[in-house]
Design a protein around this ligand. Structure first.
Ligand SMILES: [Zn+2]
Length: 120
C-alpha cells in the first residue's frame, strides 16, 4: 500500500474543495488508511514562512486496502510501471533523525528499476 495512492483516492471523495491530506494513519493492521486533511494555505510570516498550513475544518477520509490495491492494478496496467515504488525502483524504508529518509531497492517481483518486466 502506498500512501500517495491513498491520497489520490481520498481527494476524489473529500467534501471540502481543495482538500489535501497531512496525516496518514494505518488502520486495523493494514485494513486501510485513514487520512486527515483540510484546505492548505501558505504561511506568509513567522518561522515557518512559505510552508503550508491547514486551518480547520479538517476532514477525515478512509481508503480501504482493497481500493488501494485496485488503484495500483489500474496504474500498472496503464503505465507499465511498478506501483510499489511508483516507477522509481526505490521504496521508502524509514526515517532516522540525523540521517533523514532511507530508501531500499524495490523488492516487488518482476520490478526492474521501477518498470515491470512481467505484468500479472
Ligand atoms: Zn518497484
Amino acid at each position: 500500500m502506498n500512501g500517495e495512492h491513498a491520497a489520490m483516492r481520498a481527494k476524489t471523495r473529500a467534501k471540502l474543495p481543495g482538500w489535501t491530506p497531512f496525516e496518514w494513519q494505518v488502520i486495523g493492521e493494514g485494513a486501510g488508511i485513514l487520512l486527515t486533511g483540510g484546505v492548505s494555505r501558505t504561511l506568509k510570516s513567522g518561522p515557518r514562512k512559505g510552508k503550508p498550513t491547514w486551518d480547520p475544518p479538517h476532514e477525515q477520509v478512509f481508503v480501504s486496502a482493497a481500493e488501494i490495491i485496485a488503484f495500483e492494478r489500474r496504474y500498472e496496467r496503464k503505465t507499465g510501471k511498478c506501483a510499489m515504488c511508483d516507477g522509481t525502483g526505490q521504496v521508502w524504508a524509514g526515517y532516522k533523525v540525523g540521517e533523514g529518509h532511507r530508501y531500499r531497492p524495490c523488492s516487488r517481483k518482476g520490478c526492474e528499476g521501477g518498470t515491470l518486466a512481467v505484468t500479472a
